[in-house]
Design a protein around this ligand. Sequence first.
Ligand SMILES: Nc1ncnc2c1ncn2[C@@H]1O[C@H](COP(=O)(O)OP(=O)(O)OP(=O)(O)O)[C@@H](O)[C@H]1O
Ligand SMILES: O=P(O)(O)OC[C@@]1(O)O[C@H](CO)[C@@H](O)[C@@H]1O
Length: 302
Amino acid sequence: MIYTVTFNPALDYAVYLDSFELGATNRTTREELRCGGKGINVSIVLHNLGVESRALGFLAGFTGETIRAWLTELGVASDFITLPGGMSRINVKLKLDGETEINGQGPDITPDALETLYGKLEKLREGDTLVLAGSIPATLPDDVYERILARLEGRGVRFVVDATGELLLNVLRYRPFLVKPNHEELSEMCGTVLDSADTAGIRACARALQEKGARNVLVSMAGAGALLVTEDGRCIRQAAARGELVNSVGAGDSMVAGFLAGFQRTGDYRAALRLGAAAGGATAFSAALATRSQVEAVLETL
Ligand SMILES: Nc1ncnc2c1ncn2[C@@H]1O[C@H](COP(=O)(O)OP(=O)(O)OP(=O)(O)O)[C@@H](O)[C@H]1O
Ligand SMILES: O=P(O)(O)OC[C@@]1(O)O[C@H](CO)[C@@H](O)[C@@H]1O
């Protein structure tokens, strides 16, 4: 079973505007609300691709209840912990001259709630996959992912981590099966500026993460595609699909879902990467997260 953990779920409120003036009343041309948070997005796209998972994490307030209800409606299995106060975030995604995001802080996670999550994760067994994805509320220490992996070390659980900075660097010694920084996040972690065309530079930084313990490093580069450095020493470059960008929020999560679904089906890194790129592209080309038929249509073009 694949388990995803989203510490900080959100309702994603995408607003499309023709113009925007600071300090004025602006009107949208269109708006959309959907549930989000990286682990949740991975679970939704896995479900769309016919791979079941269980979404875990923390929810609070009426926004949290809405997220829970939507997941149930979509048929995504979930087992979220309800926090005693606060509300799950509403993240604003501004669509005008590119994409601008305003992500909230999220509710406080109490020590009791954290213990409850640890208890749920105790059930994971050999062969299970655990996806830790997204930011953590500011009130938690940034070794919380590390603590989870330390508890599960040695049980044969496959770890996938989509996080940035210290949150990611701290877990590498637990040998995660897959980490997926985008190339800007990779640049920051390596303390350099990487151009998406600089395959040698990206490969060198990905290898530096492998030296710290990561098994496979998938570097996503939005419209410039992706590069996978595998644990058996290969470096596979995948072009991005061609299409019109509508809303790329969740493209990276869709790529993780497509990669996991593809790897589960074939055990082949190149095929997994291709399905990842198709899922990422299909999400970028639509307002919502990619459906199975959208992914299949994009896959045929790659
Ligand atoms: N504009 C685009 N055109 C084609 N494919 C895209 C586009 N944007 C994203 N993709 C696909 O999705 C993958 C992941 O996108 P990206 O690198 O933007 O992830 P990310 O930064 O983690 O995104 P997010 O945090 O919004 O989920 C890319 O490697 C690519 O295959
Ligand atoms: O603030 P975080 O946790 O880093 O990112 C949250 C978020 O931007 O990531 C998803 C897209 O990847 C969105 O659904 C969500 O709003």
